[in-house]
Ligand binder design. Structure first.
Ligand code: GLU
Length: 435
């Protein structure tokens, strides 16, 4: 990850909000470089590009809770609304010990780009708490979630900003958020979050949607480079909601999942891991550690002989160090921001196609959009309808981005940014500056 403040295409230092440390920009620095790469393709809209380089609103909150042992613990919480030009804020909430403001800012910006890339009517937002949720009891987690929701209550709402699950958050956390917001506002507001339990206005198909989108986009990309899914060797980093579902769908389509890595271990089986059994195992033990298969060292994961590589964990994983070792022909980004710009360049030179996060993992927010629409109309669709619409939106978005990449001879990431940033900045320009 780049440590110094990146320069823009004119070689000038980026104008940074004063609350960020220029020497340690983290994921925000990666995002700024991606914006620089798209700027030459924005035509007259480039006049507005600075809009994308600072979040509209960034909220930092203290989240104090009483622990089960009677002591008081304080956690740092964030909600960042990067851009609201095209609609309300939308994006997940992450509970992780490494969450920082810079990370949440980058994730919120990637949501703006993602939502515009698949053309759902949202701006971009993201939230998080700097906490390792595995150290908390169920009751402590509930208190943490409710206090955090109360703190950000003034900026969220069904037509303002709609959180959803992300790393280490799930339908139960969304139920607590929905309830807390509803208790504070005096009426039940199901549309304030998505990714809820089905019994509380959640949508069929939402749980699997991100992994399904990874599969749909991956299949389109594979076809375009003449790679057959049947028999293809797949390596997956991360075995949570995204990685496990993607692995399952590739497995069902006849691919061999030869390697899986989670936060504890790396499993390898050249004959293909038994994905359904691995999912069953991980659902009980919380990790894939201990399941049958050869155990590799962490760094060896990137050298595994495979055709398709799916990073589905955290950002900054594919770097200038490991990109030269990657054997795959296709990288499908299930995670947000898994590839650094330097690694992007190396993969491109090596003719490895990258299906970027802002399209490859947009299935989750697409079905979140369906959930929000269903909540507003109090009319619920069948799972078949949802999956059909999801596939159609993802395929159309991917094909349009593919065409832009061909026309401009750019990577799919830059093409996705061209499509998305054009939509965002057109909206920005049409709305005009107030006052
Ligand atoms: N957290 C997911 C993402 O990164 C889903 C966001 C949403 O559904 O709002 O795309």
């Amino acid at each position: 990850m780049s440590s110094a403040a990146p320069t823009n295409i004119a070689g000038q230092k980026h104008a940074l909000p004063s609350y960020l440390n220029a020497d340690n920009l983290g994921p925000w620095g990666i995002y700024l470089q991606q914006v620089d790469r798209v700027t030459p393709y924005l035509g007259s809209l480039a006049r507005w590009v600075e809009t994308l380089k600072r979040p509209k609103r960034a909220m930092v909150v203290d989240v104090p809770i009483e622990l089960d042992n009677g002591t008081i613990a304080h956690f740092e919480g964030y909600r960042v609304q990067h851009n609201l030009s095209r609609g309300p804020g939308k994006g997940g909430v992450r509970f992780h010990q490494d969450v920082t403001l810079s990370e949440v800012m980058a994730l919120s910006a990637w949501m703006s780009v993602k939502n515009a890339a698949v053309n759902v009517p949202y701006g971009g937002a993201k939230g998080g708490i700097r906490v390792d949720p595995r150290t908390l009891s169920h009751a402590e987690l509930e208190r943490l979630t409710r206090r955090y929701t109360s703190e950000i209550n003034i900026i969220i709402g069904p037509s303002k900003d709609i959180p959803a699950p992300d790393v280490n958050t799930n339908a139960q956390v969304m139920a607590w958020m929905m309830d807390t917001y509803s208790m504070n506002s005096g009426s039940t507001a199901t549309g304030v979050v998505t990714g809820k339990p089905i019994s509380l206005g959640g949508s069929l198909g939402r749980h699997e949607a991100t992994g399904r989108g990874v599969f749909v986009v991956g299949s389109e990309a594979a076809r375009n480079i003449g790679l057959e899914i049947k028999g293809a060797r797949v390596a997956v980093q991360g075995f949570g909601n995204v990685g496990a579902v993607a692995a399952k769908l590739f497995h069902e389509a006849g691919a061999k999942v030869v390697a899986v890595q989670d936060h504890r271990t790396t499993l390898f089986d050249p004959a293909g891991l038994d994905v359904p059994a691995l999912m069953e195992y991980a659902s009980h033990s919380g990790t894939i550690e201990g399941f049958r298969g050869e155990v590799l060292r962490t760094a060896q994961f990137w050298e595994v002989d495979c055709d398709i590589l799916i990073p589905a964990a955290l950002e900054g994983q594919i770097t200038a160090e490991n990109a030269p070792q990657i054997k795959a022909r296709l990288v499908i980004e299930g995670a947000n921001g898994p590839t650094t710009p330097e690694a992007d360049d190396i993969l491109r030179e090596r003719n490895i196609l990258v299906a970027p996060d802002v399209i490859a993992n947009a299935g989750g927010v697409t079905v979140s959009y369906f959930e929000w629409v269903q909540d507003f109309s109090s009319f619920f669709w069948t799972e078949e309808e949802i999956n059909q619409r999801l596939v159609r939106i993802m395929q159309e978005a991917f094909r349009a981005i593919w065409q832009v990449a061909q026309d401009n001879k750019v990577t799919l990431r830059t093409a996705a940014f061209i499509v998305a940033c054009t939509r965002i900045l057109q909206a920005r320009e049409m709305r005009g500056l107030y006052p």
